[in-house]
Ligand binder design. Sequence first.
Ligand SMILES: [Zn+2]
Ligand SMILES: [Zn+2]
Length: 76
Amino acid sequence: MKTRTSNRPALCWSMVNGSTCLCYECWSCRRKMKYHTKEIAKTKAYRARKRTNTLITEYHCRFCGLFHIGHVGRKY
Ligand SMILES: [Zn+2]
Ligand SMILES: [Zn+2]
């Protein structure tokens, strides 16, 4: 099955051989703030939500093992 809709690799190279990877997950992980606890992320998400009046929530990142905040329904 070929996927031509994405301009980023579907395969995560950092998982395969540790090289630089621009898949959605790595990309979003790299460019985001990392929070060490869910509580901190939650507070930040709450403030960001109030400030921007958009749906921002905290989530656990399986790539770095830390927490990020992001828009609901969006992965990055
Ligand atoms: Zn990746
Ligand atoms: Zn991450």
